[in-house]
Design a protein around this ligand. Structure first.
Ligand code: S3P
Length: 172
């Protein structure tokens, strides 16, 4: 039985600007499942924007809050979860997602992520003042995203198209 047939949560992972929220919403609509977004849950639970959390409390505190938000999906079924671009990097969150559900990587080249994140507002780790360092950061992360159960090329097509390809990959 596929993960979808079993109702196991789908955790979308990938770089900032890879389309996790828009594709996640489209996939949830296709399946008739609930959509959730850990960034929004963190903001809701803390009453602060991500930018403010980073500025006032630092990235470490943000990662704790993100991990707490993720743990809400323990033993939950039929939900598509868009995760923040850094959460899959953590050993515990990664193991949790793999145990509780199926992980899907939305793979995009850095140029596409750039184009989609033309406005850097609200993404404290989106730092392009040093393009070489940013590419190294991107490539390091790709190596970890590659540990996801399923990979989908999210560089082209509307979110609905990517969601359709993703559903196919998750069912086969
Ligand atoms: C982050 C990505 C952001 C958000 C935070 C940190 C990261 O989410 O969680 O700014 O470490 O890549 P998106 O991937 O939705 O932009």
């Amino acid at each position: 039985m596929s993960a979808i047939d079993a109702g196991r949560p789908v955790f979308l992972v990938g770089f900032m600007g890879s389309g996790k929220s828009s594709v996640g919403r489209a996939l949830a609509a296709r399946l008739g499942w609930v959509f959730a977004d850990t960034d929004s849950l963190v903001e809701f639970a803390s009453g602060r924007t991500i930018e403010t959390i980073f500025r006032e409390s630092g990235e470490g505190r943000f990662r704790e809050l993100e991990w707490e938000a993720l743990r809400a999906f323990e033993r939950v079924e039929r939900v598509v979860v868009a995760t923040g671009g850094g959460s899959f990097l953590g050993v515990l969150p990664r193991a949790f997602m793999k145990r509780e559900g199926v992980t899907a990587w939305l793979d995009v080249p850095l140029e596409v992520a750039y184009a989609r994140s033309a406005s850097e507002q609200g993404r404290p780790l989106w730092k392009t003042d040093d393009p070489v360092a940013f590419r190294v950061f991107f490539e390091r992360r790709r190596a970890v995203y590659a540990l996801a159960d399923v990979r989908v090329d999210a560089s082209h097509g509307m979110p609905e198209d990517v969601a359709a390809r993703l559903e196919h990959a998750l069912r086969h």
